[in-house]
Write a protein that binds this ligand. Structure first.
Ligand code: NAD
Length: 260
């Protein structure tokens, strides 16, 4: 379905981003991975994707929270593969603390990576998408883009902000074949969430399994983690031919979390 298309997925060396990159490659897209990690492991991921799905794959180590690095990454992707059709802004970090003791540098980092990074990448990708008359921009927000939780001020602010950015980009490009949408996952069991589970287990002196059950039980009515594959299928829908008229939306994949 995506043969001939080129996709860049930020934060795709782990978790949801990696699942999205795999799904896009499985559909035939050439992919640019981005994110941090062990260089040998990343090379294994990159070459594995290329081999398994018969696509071209690259990795960019850019820090998405840095405007110049983000723009250079988009430019390099276009130079290497000749185009950029699909941009998935997925890179994200979390930090948990009450507002009054929230470290300012952690606030700045969460806003830079989870919100400004998407702006930097979109800003750099739009001229090429406009020139080619096609683009699919998908921002990975969160249930926390729609509702709040305590002790997540920066994350909740960034994810709400990302939905605002999504709508503006959708409006500005509504007459081109460029859509911009957001996906709002509920809990997905990735390293980002595992850290919160471990902290919860340590704080409550409970087992990690109990902490997992409590975490999901508290927010997610279907009582299970969403899977990386379920998020990737939502991305596929937003890249597919059936969603050309869908733009500016926030699509929850959250087991009913935000229906409450
Ligand atoms: P993860 O920690 O498994 O992966 C994060 C990825 O981002 C990694 O590849 C990491 O290297 C990369 N990254 C971190 N800082 C970066 C930077 N400065 N520049 C470039 N890349 C950077 O996390 P995840 O759970 O897969 O989260 C992916 C996205 O999904 C995030 O935006 C997160 O907020 C969102 N999300 C996750 C959940 C969940 O339950 N896991 C729920 C809702 C939304």
């Amino acid at each position: 379905m995506l043969k001939g298309k080129v996709a860049l997925v930020t934060g795709s060396t782990s978790g949801i981003g990696l699942g999205i990159a795999r799904r896009l490659a499985a559909a035939g897209a050439d992919v640019v991975l981005n994110g941090f990690g062990d260089a040998a492991e990343i090379e294994k991921l990159r070459s594995g994707l290329a081999r398994e799905f018969g696509v071209r794959a690259a990795h960019a180590a850019a820090d998405i929270g840095n405007a110049a690095e983000a723009a250079a990454m988009v430019c390099a992707a276009e130079m290497q593969f000749g185009r950029l059709d699909i941009l998935v802004n997925n890179a994200g970090i979390q930090f948990v603390s009450p507002v009054e003791s929230f470290p300012v540098e952690r606030w700045d980092a969460v806003i830079a990576i989870n919100l400004s990074g998407a702006f930097y990448a979109i800003r750099a990708a739009l001229p090429g998408m406009k020139a080619r008359g096609y683009g699919r921009i998908i921002n990975i927000s969160s249930a926390h883009g729609l509702v709040a939780s305590k002790e997540k001020a920066a994350y909740v602010a960034a994810k709400h902000g990302l939905l605002g950015l999504t709508k503006v980009v959708a409006l500005e490009n509504a007459q081109a074949d460029i859509t911009c949408n957001a996906i709002c996952p509920g809990w997905v069991l990735t390293p980002l969430v595992q850290k919160q589970i471990d902290a919860r287990a340590a704080k409550g002196r409970i087992s990690v399994e109990q902490a997992k059950r409590d975490l999901v039980g508290e927010k997610q009515p279907n009582q299970r983690f969403a899977t990386v594959e379920e998020i990737a299928e939502a991305v596929m829908y937003l890249c597919g031919p059936g969603s050309r008229a869908v733009t500016g939306i926030a699509l929850p994949v959250d087991g009913g979390w935000t229906a409450q």
